[in-house]
Design a binder for this molecule. Structure first.
Ligand SMILES: [Zn+2]
Length: 56
């Protein structure tokens, strides 16, 4: 079963915060882990149209 966590990113140009859904693996019984590898990045576009990369 896949769960989605929400992270917030702040635009470096205007400071607007954008919510990013991040997949979380729940197959680990002790703790949920982010479903992304360390260092993975995602492209985000803020509400003012600025595109930037966010490290997950
Ligand atoms: Zn922006």
């Amino acid at each position: 079963m896949q769960v989605t966590a929400i992270r917030e990113a702040e635009c470096p140009q205007c400071g607007n915060r954008t919510s990013i859904p991040v997949p979380v693996r729940s197959d680990d019984r002790t703790s949920a882990r982010l479903g992304t590898r360390f260092g993975e990045r995602r492209s985000v576009t803020c509400s003012n149209g600025h595109s930037y990369w966010v490290s997950l």
